[in-house]
Design a protein around this ligand. Structure first.
Ligand code: NAD
Length: 302
């Protein structure tokens, strides 16, 4: 008997390439703004000398320069006091050449992170961590509100969740009506992403470290998004054949190699689309930060 063998060709969701396309669009936008005498400015605040944070901050600054955003960096000693840091935030809030303020997390243990986040002018909160912006995100009817700057919608989309939505959109993966499963419930990724996906019309399940029978949930996903920081958590038998898999995790292995939370080599034989690590969500996150800084500059000047 003749057997018919069909091999699925997996689509690699090339975040690096898509982010480059977005950056070209942003560069053109900034050139236009320059004609009206406006240059978006981003303040990047780094406290202490955590090596990973230093790399992230350098990367963000390099990307700003590439598109024409003016970045000002503030590298502060590990033992800076809460009040000194608050003073700096207050100065940046008042500085009209600064449109976005990014405080690189995590902050040292003696600093009350939430107070710092809440001290940032919500109009300059390009990370979208301020409770006012997080609340707007939850209420906002659709991601479209953000680009339109509607009062009832979010001002910005948080960078990583916004980057994931853009990666799906530009890869022609429809979200509306889909069963989406998110693994991870952090304030930075899982929770805001759940809000964004619901607003975009998806049916969303959020799993976390207390979830029982994770595999039963992940197998239901038409779109599976994983943000746990646990290398290899998602194996091929946990993935619905033909689904799209977005890997947010960044894990540095003993040999120095960066990997995600998904067993890429095996899952790519099951999924119809998968984002790699590195080169997937990471560059999209930075592209969204640049986009938010431009949005902030426009909103503040109008
Ligand atoms: P976090 O530590 O705040 O949250 C991790 C989440 O994973 C928690 O909600 C926890 O309940 C869940 N979890 C942990 N173990 C689990 C398990 N065995 N089963 C199910 N759920 C489990 O982390 P975060 O800030 O959301 O970041 C998650 C990962 O994403 C990290 O690797 C981080 O480096 C990466 N990240 C990447 C980007 C990017 O731009 N690519 C941005 C932010 C975070």
């Amino acid at each position: 008997m003749l057997s018919v063998y069909t091999k699925t060709i997996v689509k690699i969701l090339d975040g690096k390439k898509i982010a480059e396309e977005i950056k070209l669009e942003l560069k053109a936008e900034i050139l236009e703004m320059g004609k009206n005498g406006m240059t978006p400015g981003l303040a990047v605040v780094l406290v202490g000398s955590d090596p990973a944070s230093r790399i992230y901050v350098a990367n963000k600054k390099r990307n700003c320069e590439e598109v024409g955003i003016k970045s000002a960096s503030y590298e502060l000693a590990e033992n800076i006091s809460q009040s000194k840091l608050m003073e700096l935030i207050s100065r940046l809030n008042d500085d009209e050449n600064i449109h976005g303020i990014l405080v690189q997390l995590p902050l040292p243990k003696h600093i009350e992170t939430q107070k710092i986040i809440e001290a940032i002018d919500p109009r300059k909160d390009v990370d979208c961590f301020h409770p006012e912006n997080a609340g707007r995100l939850l209420i906002g009817q659709s991601a479209r509100n953000a680009s339109r700057g509607d009062a009832d919608g979010p001002r910005f989309l948080p960078c990583t969740p916004g980057g994931i939505l853009e990666l799906l959109k530009r890869s022609n993966i429809e979200v509306a009506g889909k069963d989406c499963v998110i693994v991870g419930r952090s304030n930075i990724v899982g929770k805001p992403l759940a809000a964004l996906l619901i607003n975009a019309g998806a049916t969303v399940t959020v799993c976390h470290s207390r979830t029982r029978n994770l595999k039963e949930k992940t197998l239901r996903a038409e779109i599976l998004i994983v943000a746990t920081g646990k290398a290899g958590l998602i194996s091929a038998d946990m993935v619905q054949p033909g689904s799209a898999v977005i890997d947010v995790g960044i894990n540095r292995m003993a040999d120095g190699k960066l990997v995600g939370d998904v067993d890429f080599e095996n899952v790519k034989n099951v999924a119809s689309a998968i984002s790699p690590v590195p080169g997937g969500v990471g560059p999209m996150t930075i592209a969204m930060l640049l986009k938010n800084t431009i949005t902030a500059a426009r909103n503040l000047s109008s």
